[in-house]
Ligand binder design. Structure first.
Ligand code: F3S
Length: 67
């Protein structure tokens, strides 16, 4: 089963900790927010643990993982 990554549009305020911890999973958009903000995307295979660490690092808890 593919892990899904959801980044809450309202909660992400651009701390960019997710990208610092998990650069292969979370891109940052030109405004400094998580580029997945307001979307649900599939986690690339093999990067699930990195995705978890990045989600944990977000001070706003904007990132939800499922699956
Ligand atoms: Fe946003 Fe949290 Fe990353 S606020 S940019 S999802 S560390």
């Amino acid at each position: 089963q593919v892990m899904k990554i959801k980044v809450d549009l309202e909660l992400c305020t651009g701390h960019a900790r997710c990208n610092a911890v998990a650069p292969d999973v979370y891109p940052i958009d030109p405004n400094g927010y998580n580029a997945f903000r307001g979307q649900e995307v599939e986690c690339p295979a093999g990067l699930e643990e990195q995705a978890r660490q990045g989600a944990k690092s977000c001070p706003e808890q904007a990132i939800t993982l499922s699956g």
